[in-house]
Design a binder for this molecule. Sequence first.
Ligand SMILES: [Zn+2]
Length: 321
Amino acid sequence: MIEQSFSQKPWLNDIAGQLGQLLEQQRLPHGILFHGHPGSGTRDIGYWLSRQLLCTENGLWGPACGRCKSCSLLRAGNHPDLVMIESDKAHIGVDSVRKATRFLVNKAQLGQAKVVIIEQAEQMTEAAANALLKTLEEPTPFSFLFLISHDSDRLLPTIQSRCTRFDIRPPIGQGLKQSLGNSGLIDDYSNMSHLAQLQDADIEAEFVDFESLLTQWLQNSSDSEALALQLIEQPLALSWLTQHLTSAMRSSYRWHGIRKSPVIDALSQFEPQQLHTSIQLINTINQQLKQLPQANKKFMIESLVIDLVALIGNNAEKRPH
Ligand SMILES: [Zn+2]
C-alpha cells in the first residue's frame, strides 16, 4: 500500500492512488506529463512519485520508506539519481536537456531508478525538446522522465504524444470547501487563486490583516499611504484586492454563497460600475508589472491607489494642504 499524505492538497490523493497502482503493477510509464496551474500540486506529485521510485528499501516498485539513505538524501535535496531541471530566466536550453539525457543513460548510484524532473517544461527551446525526443522514444532501463507544465499547449506535439498525461485539477467552489474543510475564508467562489491563504497560516494571517486595513481605508479610518504600502510590499495584496472587489460585485448582483465580511459590506455601497472599473485598473497594472519586469512597481501602485481614491475612496478623505 502506497502512503498517501496530501493533507494540504487532498485532490492529489486520487492521482497518487492511480500512480500507486501503476507502480504495484510495474506498469509505470517512462515519460509522464503533469499538467496543472501553478500551485495545483504538479510539483508535489512529481516529487512524490520520484520518492517512491528512488527509495531503496522496498525495491523499485515498492512504496517509499522515508527512512533509508535514499529517502534522506532526497529530502536533503541532493540525491545522486535525481536531476531537476528548472527554467532559468526565459527558457530551458538544449545543454541542460543533454546533460539530463546523458544522466539517464548511466547506471543509478544508489538503487535502480534514475529520475529527471523538468519543471516549466513548456520553456524548453525547440532544440531542447528535440534533444529530449530520443530519450522519450528509446528509454534506457529504469529511467523516468517527468515533465511539469502549467501551459502544455506550448509543448511540442511530438513531446506531448510520447508522454502519459495527468491533469491536476483542484476543485473549485463547494468542492474546494469540502476538500479543505470549512475555513472562514472560503466561499462558493473560492478557487486556485485563494489557495495560498487557505493553506499557509502565515499568509492567512496577512490576508486577514490586509482585509482589515482595506476595511478601515474604506471607512476612512486609515490613510491611502498605508494601503499603498501594503499593496507594494505584500505580493498577493493586489490579487486579494481584486478578490474583494469581485465578491462585492457578486454581492451587489445578489449572488448567493458569498462570504460575509465587513470589507464586502463596505465595498457594496459602491455602484457595480465603480467596482468593475477598479478591477480593470488593477488588471492593467498587473499586466504591466508582468510584461515590464523593470517597471517601477512603487510608482505604479501609488498611481493606482490615487485612481482608486477617486473611484471608491471615501469622499471625506482629507486633502493635503
Ligand atoms: Zn526509503
